[in-house]
Write a protein that binds this ligand. Structure first.
Ligand SMILES: [Zn+2]
Length: 76
């Protein structure tokens, strides 16, 4: 499984894991419901699974400008 951690705001790639035997359970996804997993992850056409998180710079920006929480996408 090829997993990419991407920021859900700026879409930058934070980390990439590419292991044949990697499973969702190993990534800690068993702690989430199926619905939450669907919201957080997206399988691309090439079979790569994108996991959406928030990167540090977006987190900082959100702390400084809480209004940005209402926007799905912004440039920092
Ligand atoms: Zn970001």
């Amino acid at each position: 499984m090829h997993v990419r951690y991407r920021c859900k705001h700026c879409f930058s790639i934070l980390a990439e894991l590419n292991h044949q035997r990697l499973t969702f359970e190993q990534l800690g996804f068993r702690y989430f419901t199926t619905e939450e997993q669907k919201q957080m992850t997206k399988k691309t056409e090439s079979g790569v699974v994108d996991v959406f998180v928030i990167c540090e710079s977006c987190e900082d920006a959100l702390k400084t400008y809480p209004d940005y929480h209402e926007l799905d996408y912004f440039i920092h």
